[in-house]
Ligand binder design. Structure first.
Ligand SMILES: [Zn+2]
Ligand SMILES: [Zn+2]
Length: 285
């Protein structure tokens, strides 16, 4: 059985000594001799946090982007600048589209920033995919998440244009998952597709394996009390052993999850890590 260590490298909160927070998310996966980043944060803290935590970004061989927002992709140049070997970069094609947050006070670009140039460096191998991809033995992306138009996920509306006329469906939103003897471990970026839709998609991909852990941003800042309670009812059926709400989950949603799942909830923050045993290949789906 092989082990995976998931370390939070960028998050809104910092927990580890000499680490710093930013509005962003990055997780570092160590798996055998593989070093994988799931997102890179917005780029202000990833290099210093890696140094403080004793993680060598030069060893990273693969980057998976959950979606094309700046707070998940902006750290790419910092990683590419120290890369010793070519790096495989996985993302959904829609992650490359222009993206804006439009409010009454104006439009703010929130797509992939200078990182866009780093995507095309000679030492990056761009792997565009909307389907699930096995990026390392047993570790897979969800690919594009099927949506239920009747129940859109709670969250703000983002746009593809600065005038706010074309809503961004964020089809690029994808998660990372792997199976363990205790069930599935799911790593979320911002969960723009909706946590229920994401978990249902993964259960469908895995023949309804039990859920062990969910770690990541859940984007529930604008969820109503009824929506939060509906999520708790759904999660209660799956009874995960570990819930780590990070980044954009929102204070009220965190309070709701911690109240409903006091045993499973665990505080995140930069420097917090979790070890999991990957299912043996014969058990893998
Ligand atoms: Zn986002
Ligand atoms: Zn985000």
């Amino acid at each position: 059985m092989s082990a995976v260590r998931v370390t939070i490298l960028a998050d809104n909160c910092a927990a580890g000594r000499a680490t710093r927070g930013e509005h962003g998310l990055s997780m570092h996966l160590a798996f055998g001799d593989r070093r994988i980043l799931f997102d890179t944060g917005q780029g202000m803290v990833i290099a210093d946090n890696a140094r403080a935590l004793g993680l060598d970004l030069a060893q990273v061989d693969t980057i998976v982007f959950s979606h094309g927002h700046y707070d998940h992709t902006g750290g790419l140049p910092a990683v590419m600048s120290v890369a010793r070997e070519p790096i495989d970069i996985y993302l959904h094609p829609a992650a490359l589209e222009p993206k804006y947050h439009v409010t009454s006070s104006g439009a703010r670009p929130i797509g992939i920033p200078e990182a866009a140039a780093a995507l095309r460096l000679p030492n990056s191998r761009l792997r565009l995919a909307s389907e699930p991809v096995e990026i390392a033995p047993g570790i897979r992306t969800t690919g594009q998440i099927p949506r239920d138009p009747a129940s859109p996920p709670p969250g703000e509306t983002y746009h593809l244009d600065p005038c706010g006329e074309m809503a961004d469906p964020l089809l690029d939103d994808q998660s990372l998952f792997f199976d363990t003897p205790g069930g599935l471990v799911v790593l979320l970026g911002c969960a723009h597709a909706g946590l229920v839709a994401i978990l249902e998609h993964i259960r469908q991909l895995t023949g309804n394996r039990p859920l062990h852990a969910v770690i990541g941003g859940m984007h529930l800042g604008s969820a109503t009390p009824d929506q939060l309670e509906a999520l708790n009812v759904y999660l209660r059926q799956l009874s995960p052993a570990l819930l780590v709400p990070l980044h954009c989950t929102g204070a009220r949603a965190c309070a709701s999850l911690w109240t409903a799942f006091p045993e499973a909830c665990c505080a995140g923050g930069v420097g917090v890590f979790f070890d999991f045993d990957l299912s043996a290949p014969s058990e893998a789906i």
